[in-house]
Write a protein that binds this ligand. Structure first.
Ligand code: KG4
Ligand code: ZN
Length: 324
């Protein structure tokens, strides 16, 4: 079965054709990131307008001359304006082409990047979804059987990278910029907090870390940028690794899946790999937003819906696909 995946939840306009949930036949991503770099963050209205420019050309290119069996569309969570562009386009195409359409949750879908390369995960699987807007630990008992174990109470891990990078005068998105600088710095140079690390739950909090960095930069005149970048990265990663390993042990996970933009971080990958043998991490280009995993998710958790019932939902939780 060939599924055309469409993803427009934030600032990427993406379309991909995936066969049987595992084989990528095409993968197109257009990004408005350069515009957002100028403003140091995403302006939702600008992102939505850019989605409108890219959506048809990206779908056309991803399709080529291929015949597809179904469409998969990200219905949430995300920015409402951006989501609406993809959702309404997908519904229109499903109606016109008389094709099956499957609504997909963007956060659950990130995990499906782990089904697109080489070895496949087995259940129960523990998932850590770390992106610009979310930090969630989930237990996947099977396809479509997902349980939320914990998540951030304030800023997401990616958001912490992005906001502290801004304090350091680094470009948006902050994750790759901090990671690059961190490679030249000492992770022990600055003593930063590891919020909630010792608490017996699977929740996270990153806003205190961000505030600590702001205070430090205000107080110290001679900040060594690379050292601070390395210290920020080390603090974020230590909490993520600690809680992921604990959850994997508690739930006796047969596979541990990293997913989301922050999973592209090499140091995070290295540290989790050192502690867990059953780890799955997608290639960096499949960690950040694209439509391959939207199509893969739809194949494995195949729950078609009439186009009339499909709606964009910006505040969907990781456990839902359609709000009742
Ligand atoms: O999943 P994603 O592409 O978009 C969302 O759904 O949010 O994640 C984007 C986030 C940004 O916060 C970005 O700074 C972060 O992923 N990111 C990284 C790296 N590459 C992207 N964070 C740390 N290290 C990286 N190498
Ligand atoms: Zn994402």
């Amino acid at each position: 079965m060939k599924i055309l995946g469409i993803e427009t939840s934030c600032d990427e306009t993406a379309a991909a054709v995936v066969k049987n949930g595992t084989k990528i036949l095409s993968n197109l991503v257009a990004s408005s990131i350069e515009l957002h770099q100028k403003t140091g963050g995403i302006i939702p209205e600008v992102a939505a307008r850019e989605q409108l420019k890219f959506i048809i050309p990206v779908i056309e290119k991803a399709l080529g001359k291929r015949k597809i069996d179904a469409l998969a569309i990200t219905v949430g969570p995300g920015l409402i304006g951006s989501l609406l562009v993809g959702v309404e386009t997908a519904k229109t195409l499903a109606y016109l082409w008389q094709k099956t359409i499957i609504p997909v949750n963007h956060l659950q879908a990130h995990l499906y990047a782990n089904w697109l390369e080489g070895k496949k995960p087995t259940f129960p699987a523990l998932g850590l979804v770390v992106s610009g807007g979310h930090t969630d630990l989930v237990l996947l008992k099977d396809h479509g059987k997902i349980r939320w174990l914990g998540g951030t109470r304030d800023d997401a891990a990616g958001e912490c990278f992005d906001k502290t990078a801004r304090v350091l005068g680094l470009p948006y998105p902050g994750g790759p910029a901090i990671a690059q600088l961190a490679g030249k710095g000492d992770p022990h140079a600055y003593d930063l907090p590891r919020p909630m690390i010792d608490q017996a739950n699977f929740d996270f909090s990153f806003s205190g870390l961000k505030t600590a960095v702001i205070h430090l930069v205000r107080k110290e005149k001679n900040i060594k940028q690379a050292d601070l970048a390395a210290s920020i990265q080390a603090a974020i990663i230590e909490v993520l690794v600690e809680k992921t390993v604990k959850a994997a042990q508690k739930y006796q996970a047969k596979s541990v899946l990293l997913a989301g933009g922050v999973a592209a971080n090499q140091e995070l990958r290295r540290q989790v790999e050192a502690k867990l043998t059953n780890l799955f991490v997608p290639s960096p280009q499949l960690c950040t937003d694209n439509a391959t995993y939207i199509a893969a998710n739809a194949f494995f958790d195949f729950k078609p819906l009439t186009w009339k019932k499909i709606r964009a939902n910006p505040s969907l939780s990781i456990e839902e696909v359609i709000k009742s």
